[in-house]
Design a protein around this ligand. Structure first.
Ligand SMILES: [Zn+2]
Length: 569
């Protein structure tokens, strides 16, 4: 069967964590031999050695709402971060060469007083800090630093000098709890508790204990006066780009909310460029960020790991028992709830089987029913497909990879065709794999020319003629001859979502689609009806995993990570 040639795909891409504009591009997708055979597996854009469909032309935008697609931000640095993100980028790390303190150090020596000071400090946002393994520290001048921080500090000094800002010097690095108690005690005696807490960390709560924090000065401008120095202006320009480039962040930036002391322009903290680049609001689909954000998926240990892996924003389930999907039966009389371990719970629906044999680290991401209600497929992060009942195996990603090669990025969602004779899978970078009559019509790596989307792709939905992909930021990408009905960034303008988008489903009855956020917020576009949501009720203990509309859009179900379903009608 001849494949499509030079197919045009409308791509509506909300690009860039820092960009609020809806970017609409018209892209002509060039075919490749792999993409051109509907019966063959689609271009495997996420496979290192496979060639993906390539964008051959990017034309000026046609939509009145369009903005001009801008050049990608320097990938090595990542985009600017908000003050809270700057702080979180360090707070979420498990730092090398440190350990959590066995006990909190004394402050004044009086137990009740010390407890009251700690409580007041914690109320201001102070956190207990890990303590450096002192034997690992290296001297820089008269200051001890962790070796990574010491090396990077040298590079900051050189870069500053080259930019005309000489005289940048270290004032303080590693401090023991005893050192900090002496400093805090002096402030406490002269100023009282409130002012002392605004200026110095409670012993046990200082980032200096880690060996990764530095106090710096330019010539005689130190402490608060450093904020007035030319070197500070250079460091802070463009979202602290000159600090971030060398792995440093402002330790206590202005505007970060409760973080302990008042803003401290003179203190930087070393987090490493990798963690900084991967610290945006939603996980970037950059493959190198995946092990940083989701250590359980890392093949090799990474030196810096996040304390609380934020894998749900990548669409990667955290545990085999976590619920990942809910699906109405085609008649709408029942539904299936599916966990990442491949357990299927059927309610007024046929249980056709479950419990696929998963490999280490492999998790089920989606269930898709056949049109008869008598079967379904389970799809996994590795791109494997397990058919049950009358579902037939139409191929899977492992069969299209070179022998011994695994997917670099996980499959995050799948959708079956209306005929039941095929399906499509999507990976976190927007790479699409089509099987049977699930026709490949383009993928994100193809249209972005190898550039990665700024938000991880978390879902795929189909309509006759094409499919949509959705990013964790609610950006919608349209492939084939189907309508674009809007996206979350288009609705929110410059505002950010409270929680990442967890999934997307096409409206079965009319043109349109539903998006659901991890906080239970529901966004409807086109003719998809809004029937209620759990949004605006604050953070959820169990994030919402999926939404399923009934066949005629009269109701929809939300399911959370522990399998609780809620119906809206
Ligand atoms: Zn300091």
């Amino acid at each position: 069967m001849g494949g499509p040639r030079g197919r045009r795909a409308l791509v509506h891409a909300a690009l860039g964590a820092g960009l609020s504009a809806l970017v609409v591009m018209t892209v002509t997708v060039g075919d490749t031999s792999a993409a051109a055979e509907p019966a063959a597996p689609a271009a495997a854009a996420t496979v290192a050695s496979a060639s993906a469909a390539t964008a051959t032309a990017v034309e000026p935008a046609e939509s009145p709402a369009a903005a001009t697609p801008s050049a990608a931000a320097p990938a090595a640095l990542g985009g600017p971060l908000t003050p809270a993100e700057l702080v979180a980028a360090f707070d979420r790390l498990v730092l090398p060469g440190t350990s959590d303190p066995a006990a909190l150090p004394p402050i004044t020596g009086d137990g009740a007083t010390d407890a009251a000071i700690r409580a007041a400090g914690e109320a201001r946002g102070y956190r207990v800090r890990a303590v450096a393994d002192v034997g690992r520290l290296v001297p820089v001048g008269g200051v001890l630093l962790q070796p990574e921080a010491a090396a990077a500090w040298g590079r900051v000094q050189s870069a500053a000098a080259a930019a005309g800002h000489g005289g940048l010097r270290l004032v303080s690095g590693y401090r023991s709890a005893g050192d900090q108690a002496a400093i805090f005690g002096r402030y406490l005696a002269s100023w009282g508790l409130d002012r002392a807490l605004g200026r110095a960390a409670v012993p046990g709560y200082s980032k200096h204990h880690t060996g990764f924090a530095v106090d710096i000065a330019q010539g005689g401008l130190g402490g608060p006066a450093f904020g007035l120095s030319p070197a500070y202006a250079w460091l802070a320009a463009d979202g602290f780009a000159n600090a971030r480039q060398h792995g440093f962040l402002p330790s206590y930036p202005p505007g970060a909310g409760p973080q302990g002391p008042d803003a401290e322009p003179w203190e930087l903290v070393y987090a490493g460029t990798e963690a900084i680049r991967c610290a945006g609001p939603y996980a970037t689909a950059d493959p190198s960020c995946l092990p940083v954000r989701c250590p359980r998926l890392a093949a090799t240990p990474v030196p810096f790991r996040f304390r609380q892996p934020d894998c749900t924003s990548l669409g990667v389930p955290l545990s085999p028992v976590e619920t990942v999907d809910v699906d109405h039966t085609p008649s709408g009389r029942g539904y299936w709830v599916t966990t990442a371990g491949g357990v299927v719970r059927a309610t007024n629906a046929r249980h056709a089987g479950h419990g696929p044999t998963l490999r280490a680290g492999e998790l089920v991401v989606a269930l898709e029913p056949t049109p008869t209600e008598r079967g379904y497929w389970l799809f996994t992060t590795a791109g494997r497909v397990f058919p049950y009942g009358d579902a037939r195996h139409r191929g899977d990603v492992t069969t299209v990879l070179p022998p011994g090669q695994a997917l670099r990025l996980p499959i995050v969602d799948a959708v079956a065709t209306a005929s039941g004779r095929g399906y499509l899978m999507v990976a976190t970078d927007g790479g699409v794999f089509g099987f049977g009559d699930g026709r490949f019509q383009g993928s994100l790596p193809g249209v972005l020319g190898g550039r990665l989307p700024d938000a991880a792709v978390v879902g795929i939905a189909m309509a006759p003629g094409g499919y949509w992909l959705v990013g964790a930021d609610g950006g919608i990408f349209t492939f084939g001859r189907i309508g674009f009905h809007g996206s979350v960034p288009g609705v929110l303008g410059g505002r950010r979502l409270d929680a990442p988008v967890a999934g997307m489903v096409a409206s079965p009855a009319a043109g349109g689609y539903f998006l659901v956020g991890a906080d239970g917020g529901v966004f409807t576009f086109g003719a998809a009806p809004f029937l209620g949501s759990l949004g605006g009720t604050g953070p959820r203990k169990s994030p919402i995993a999926a939404l399923s509309p009934s066949p005629r859009d009269r109701s929809y179900l939300l399911v959370d990570a522990v399998g609780t379903t809620r119906a809206f009608r």
